[in-house]
Design a protein around this ligand. Sequence first.
Ligand SMILES: NC(=O)C1=CN([C@@H]2O[C@H](COP(=O)(O)OP(=O)(O)OC[C@H]3O[C@@H](n4cnc5c(N)ncnc54)[C@H](OP(=O)(O)O)[C@@H]3O)[C@@H](O)[C@H]2O)C=CC1
Ligand SMILES: O=C(O)C1=N[C@H](C(=O)O)C[C@H](O)C1
Length: 273
Amino acid sequence: MSPSTPAPLRIAIAGCTGRMGHMLIEAVMAADDCVLAGALDRAGSPAIGQDASAFLGKASGVAITADLRTGLQGADCLIDFTRPEGTLAHLAVCRELGVQLVIGTTGFSDAQKAEIAAAAEDVAIMMAPNMSVGVNVVLRLLDMAARALNEGYDIEIIEAHHRFKVDAPSGTALKMGEVVANALGRDLKECAVYGREGVTGERDPSTIGFATIRGGDVVGDHTVLFAGIGERIEISHKSSSRATYAQGSLRAVRFLAGKARGLYGMNDVLGLG
Ligand SMILES: NC(=O)C1=CN([C@@H]2O[C@H](COP(=O)(O)OP(=O)(O)OC[C@H]3O[C@@H](n4cnc5c(N)ncnc54)[C@H](OP(=O)(O)O)[C@@H]3O)[C@@H](O)[C@H]2O)C=CC1
Ligand SMILES: O=C(O)C1=N[C@H](C(=O)O)C[C@H](O)C1
């Protein structure tokens, strides 16, 4: 390395054998400015002890471990796409060791989100339910659309994901709901309707409806429908590869570099305001 070349970003991956874990390891290994520093999996996983990039047919020299301190030792930043309880366990050790965090996990309760915000007083964290550039641009479009269509339009959010997804609605759909509700001066907690069945009565115009589809290998589709009398507007995003989430996560790691603390979103990373 020449004296002017910056040191590579040392990245650990949690949930390293998961769908996103594999995408992230591939992305880190392919990035010139990043190095794989650790790979975490759950205790009891048959992958413990194996090389983290063995699935790519090449060696990283990093063995998969369930020991958080071993996996985080030597890392600047942990990228975590696991489950809420896993992320919170990782968060506690990252906070203690001063390791930054990029959190892609979805399905957190309000109390769990508050725990993450508290940890961000000590360590820099970027958390977003969707790391793709496209979805984050859509969030801006939704803010604009909701303000312009603030009367006479029923708002419904429809999302589709693969059969393995465990949380519903998706974190992205909920974020879309929050953006639209905020733009309209509503509280999503009070106006969200999660599915309908039976004699529901006529639609209450102040509600925001959610519909969830699960099946096959759908990577992630989201549509926000503004339905008026005489016209409908649909704002859609469709993911065809998880690589966009991995590339967004690396942008987040680069954004966090050098930051001591604070809780950031993908809007900060992308400069979307
Ligand atoms: N923000 C974004 O852009 C995106 C977010 N996501 C979110 O990321 C998360 C993971 O998605 P995906 O990769 O598809 O899921 P997978 O189930 O494929 O992978 C999850 C990984 O986390 C591990 N894990 C599960 N529970 C725990 C735990 N309690 N502690 C530690 N590790 C754990 C799993 O291990 P094991 O196999 O042993 O259970 C597995 O390695 C989901 O919340 C999903 O919604 C997904 C894509 C994009
Ligand atoms: O579980 C997934 O796959 C995805 N989860 C995220 C979410 O819940 O919004 C992001 C993306 O839609 C894929």
